[in-house]
Each structure stands twice: as structure tokens, then as C-alpha cells.
Write a protein that binds this ligand. Structure first.
Ligand code: KG4
Ligand code: ZN
Length: 339
């Protein structure tokens, strides 16, 4: 994009560092010009995100990530008019790296910044570009840290209708994968192996916590006890049934997510539905969402893959909405880990 020295085109730098991805993005006039993501491989060997390592890696990655985002947008630091930054929820050490960096940059460049809620930003990716859902809109947000059903109304007002009371859907995939001896994160591997398995081969307990909330801890225990029992009889059980196990576990999780979303459609009467977050990459969930929307004669909205996982484009976009509402951040603002 063209470098500009005036404010006629507001250029926003978005920064995301809530978990293990460092990301920077440039947005101008509602268009994303770059979205750079530095992922951290180190957590794979530990089977999950190690918070101390995550913050150390953010420290190393943040400046090169910002420079690359500017370079890709053909801009310099001085061209930015405002900064948007994730304030929470997330890991405190990780959040602090991005948030403190943004406060410093905002002072150095003498430009405002806004605080962005990470979960709101995940939902708002649907409104960045492409096929934009009409409001009101129901979004199932499913990631490694969150599982929520969110109702988006006029002016992007959001209401959480239900959320997990223990593990998130992504965690359920990852923990099940660990029991099957799969590497972290297991969600995408389960998705891939499931395509060659029979979803009806094994059945696991679908949790029921009433209303629109979720619980995945019962499922985890159900899988663990089942595997322990079968492995006692046949030591090779997991290896020789891996595809069927993946297909059955995926079927259980996806059916549960979709049945809760269907309850929300019936309760609210809202038929335009979508998914967001890392688990939105799951092929079975994508297919089921389309089936559910067709059944209720509504629209199904699925974000681009790069907008499903943690990214700064969603932070820049959510930040733009806050800028337009003049909800600026201050140097005394602090990060938060839970909502
Ligand atoms: O949104 P995300 O990148 O990070 C946060 O947790 O915020 O989500 C990561 C989660 C992981 O649990 C990963 O296993 C899961 O998304 N995931 C998937 C798939 N791709 C990523 N789960 C199921 N199927 C997939 N294809
Ligand atoms: Zn996230």
C-alpha cells in the first residue's frame, strides 16, 4: 500500500500474543494488508504450551514480526496511526510481552492504542472480508483455550449464551490425542486420521450439563477408562484401531458442539450461524455446520483458515471498531487471564 503522512486513511497495527503465536497485522480502511504469524514449535515436545517458554519466545519474535508485517504492507513504523493489542484472556506472561510493547510503541510514536478482547476478536473475523453474515449472528467459538456460543447483535454487541465449565473443545481433541500417543497439537492429526476411520466404531459418553454450556471432562475420563480396559485385553489395541478411535472421538466432540449450537438456534430464533477459533478448521465440524444451517434454512459462515487460529488481523479489525467508538487504552490498563 501507499505510504501516507496524513490521517485520511487510518493505518492500524494489530498485535496478538495471548498464547504461543506472536502475530502482527496491518489494516487500513477495513482491508488487511499483512498478517504475519510466528508460531512456536518448542511446545510440541512438551505436549502442550509451556507458559514460561511462550513468553520468552514472544520477546524474541515480537520486533521481527512487526517489522515483517510493515514490510509486507510496504510501510514504515512512522506511517501507523494507531495500535490495537490483545489485553486478554490468555497467558499473563505472553499477554504482557505484547501489551507492554504496545504501550511503549504508542508513547514513542505518540499515537493512541486500544485494548482488544481476544474472544471478541475471534468472532469478529467473520466481518473482516468475504461473505459477511447478517446480524444477528450466532457464532460457535472453539479453540484450544475457549468454547463458547456467542450471539452477535447490532453494533457488534456480543452476548455469551454458553461456555465450557472445564476443558475447551481443542483441549478435548489434544488430550484425547495424547492418550492415543499422537503429537501435540493433536486436533489436526485426529481430523486427518478420522477421514479413514468409522465414526460409529466406538461410543463415548456425551457430556450433559444442561442449558447452553459445555463440559468435556467426562468425555476425557470416558475415553481414558475405555482405552485402559481395551489395552489390558490387547496391548496393541490403540495402534490397530487408531483411525476408528479418531473418527469416533471426533464424531462425539463434533456432534456435541453442533447439538448445543442447534439448541441456541431454537432458543434465539437466529439462523445465521458460524464457527471460529482453531477447531473451526475441523473438516467434520465444517460439514456439520453447513448441514445444520441447511436444516434451519439459515446461512453457514466459515472463516478463512488463517483467520481461524490466533492471528493479529482479527485484533486489528476488532481494534478498528473500538477506535471508531473512541474507546482508547491508557497506560494504567492491565492484562487479564480470564473473562
Ligand atoms: O485458536 P487456536 O489456534 O489457539 C488457541 O487455543 O487460542 O486453537 C488451537 C486448537 C488446538 O487445540 C488444536 O488441536 C485445534 O485448535 N485444532 C483442531 C484442528 N486444527 C486445530 N482441532 C480439530 N480439528 C482440526 N482440524
Ligand atoms: Zn485464540
Amino acid at each position: 500500500m501507499e505510504s501516507t503522512n496524513n490521517n485520511s486513511h487510518k493505518i492500524i497495527l494489530g498485535i496478538e500474543s495471548s498464547c504461543d503465536d506472536t502475530s502482527a497485522s496491518i489494516l487500513c480502511d477495513s482491508k488487511i494488508y499483512s498478517n504475519v504469524i510466528a508460531s512456536q514449535k518448542i511446545h510440541e515436545e512438551f505436549g502442550g504450551v509451556v507458559p514460561e517458554w511462550a513468553s520468552r519466545k514472544h520477546q524474541k519474535n515480537i520486533l521481527p514480526t512487526v517489522h515483517l508485517a510493515l514490510k509486507k504492507a510496504n510501510l514504515k513504523l512512522q506511517d501507523i496511526n494507531a495500535i490495537a493489542c490483545t489485553q486478554g484472556p490468555g497467558l499473563m506472561g505472553s499477554l504482557l510481552v505484547g501489551h507492554t510493547f504496545v504501550k511503549g510503541l504508542s508513547m514513542a510514536l505518540n499515537i493512541p492504542f486500544v485494548n482488544v478482547d481476544h474472544i471478541d476478536a475471534h468472532v469478529l473475523v467473520h466481518f473482516i472480508d468475504g461473505d459477511i453474515p447478517p446480524l444477528p449472528f450466532l457464532c460457535l467459538l472453539v479453540s484450544g483455550g475457549h468454547t463458547q456460543i456467542v450471539l452477535v447483535q447490532e453494533n457488534y454487541e456480543m452476548q455469551i449464551l454458553g461456555k465450557t465449565i472445564d476443558d475447551a473443545a481443542g483441549e478435548a481433541f489434544d488430550k484425547a490425542g495424547k492418550m492415543l500417543g499422537l503429537p501435540y497439537p493433536s486436533g489436526p492429526i485426529i481430523d486427518q486420521l478420522a477421514s479413514q476411520g468409522n465414526p460409529g466404531a466406538f461410543s463415548f459418553n456425551i457430556p450433559n450439563v444442561g442449558d447452553l454450556n459445555f463440559s468435556f471432562s467426562g468425555l476425557k475420563t470416558s475415553i481414558l477408562y475405555f482405552l485402559q480396559k481395551e489395552v489390558k485385553k490387547n496391548a496393541d489395541f490403540i495402534n490397530s484401531n487408531k483411525n476408528d478411535l479418531c473418527a469416533s472421538i471426533q464424531y462425539t466432540i463434533v456432534s456435541y458442539l453442533v447439538s448445543q449450537l442447534e439448541k441456541a438456534i431454537i432458543e434465539t430464533g437466529v439462523k445465521n450461524i458460524g464457527i471460529a477459533g482453531g477447531v473451526a478448521a475441523n473438516s467434520a465440524l465444517r460439514n456439520k455446520l453447513v448441514e445444520l444451517a441447511n436444516k434451519h434454512k439459515g446461512g453457514a459462515f466459515i472463516p478463512k483458515f488463517e483467520y481461524c487460529t490466533d492471528n493479529a488481523a482479527m485484533i486489528a479489525f476488532a481494534g478498528k471498531i473500538k477506535f471508531d467508538q473512541e474507546k482508547f487504552g491508557t497506560l494504567t490498563d492491565v492484562c487479564f487471564t480470564k473473562k
